[in-house]
Design a protein around this ligand. Structure first.
Ligand SMILES: O=P(O)(O)OC[C@H]1O[C@H](O[C@H]2O[C@H](CO)[C@@H](O)[C@H](O)[C@H]2O)[C@H](O)[C@@H](O)[C@@H]1O
Length: 277
């Protein structure tokens, strides 16, 4: 898939990427949907843009650079669709699932829900299925710790009511509802992408025996849940919001094609620190 050439990256983002490229160790942590992969109606059809896949493979190969994908997707689905390079750290279900891509597939940290959480998950799925049955085009995605009402193909006049009904299901179960892009997601485990990024930074610092503050981080995300990840970044890190919407990120690009350009620039800069255009 090749689309129109994206506009040049903003000068201040290029400068920030060039400065980040000189830091080691470097954590490159990326959201999947809407960032590496363009948004589509059918989530099973999502794939990274080829240019992004090439760039992350180069980054994953670079000296003392570690790649992580931090997604709302369940871990298995994330690995299947993203096909990340070996060694990539994977965070699924907004931080509830953790794993690593190995030559033999995903090595996942076992997930253990309590009997109460399992019962709550069953009630949650049933509740959202009832909502979906009443709204044209709506459907429910089930994950190990969560369920998602999708309304991307629902007429707007029905989608608003379905969203409110899904939020009511969550509230009735004592759970929080996260509103994303044409989705309402409800999890039986409270997690956030911010906690996940903090843990990834600490892991990399521990593995390299450096201070946490010595780890440079790039994080790019497009949705409301990515704001939690932007919030935990500090001076010298680079946070990039993809697309429209309020954000605390330090930089913004328009779309996944621009993300591919950003990642290619960073891969070039990492390969030749200080000499990148
Ligand atoms: O954290 P992410 O990797 O961005 O995952 C967030 C959700 O992504 C998926 O839904 C979104 O992408 C779909 C495919 O493009 C789109 O149809 C949907 O409207 C978007 O919200 C995924 O299905 C969810 O489970 C993730 O939580």
């Amino acid at each position: 898939m090749s689309g129109p050439t994206p506009p040049p990256l903003p000068d201040d983002l290029v400068a920030a990427l060039d400065a980040l490229a000189a830091r080691r160790p470097l954590l490159v942590a990326l959201d999947f949907d809407g960032v590496l992969a363009p948004l589509v109606d059918d989530p099973s059809a999502s794939r990274p843009l080829p240019a992004s896949a090439t760039a992350i493979a180069r980054l994953a190969d670079a000296d003392d650079v570690h790649l992580a994908l931090v997604s709302g997707r369940d871990l298995a689905g994330l690995a299947r669709l993203a096909t990340p390079p070996t060694g990539t750290w994977l965070v699924g279900s907004h931080g509830a699932e953790h794993g690593e891509q190995t030559p033999d597939g995903v090595h996942a940290v076992p997930l253990d829900l309590t009997p109460d959480q399992r019962a709550q998950h069953r009630e949650l799925v049933a509740g959202l299925e009832r909502v979906a049955a009443g709204a044209e085009g709506a459907w429910v995605e089930t994950k190990p710790t969560a369920a998602v009402l999708h309304t991307r193909r629902t007429p707007p006049d029905q989608a608003a009511g379905a969203v409110e009904a899904a939020v009511a299901v969550a509230t009735g179960l004592g759970l929080d509802a996260m509103r994303g892009k044409d989705v309402v997601e409800v999890a039986v485990l409270a997690t956030s992408k911010g906690q996940a990024v903090v843990a990834l930074r600490e892991r990399l610092a521990g593995e390299r025996s450096v201070d946490v503050g010595d780890v440079g981080v790039l994080y790019a995300g497009d949705d409301t849940t990515d704001e939690h990840a932007f919030e935990v970044l500090g001076d010298g890190d680079v946070s990039v919001k993809v697309g429209d919407g309020d954000t605390v990120a330090g930089a913004r690009v328009a779309d996944p094609a621009s993300v591919a350009a950003l990642l290619a620039h960073l891969a070039d800069a990492v390969a030749a620190p200080g000499t990148s255009a």
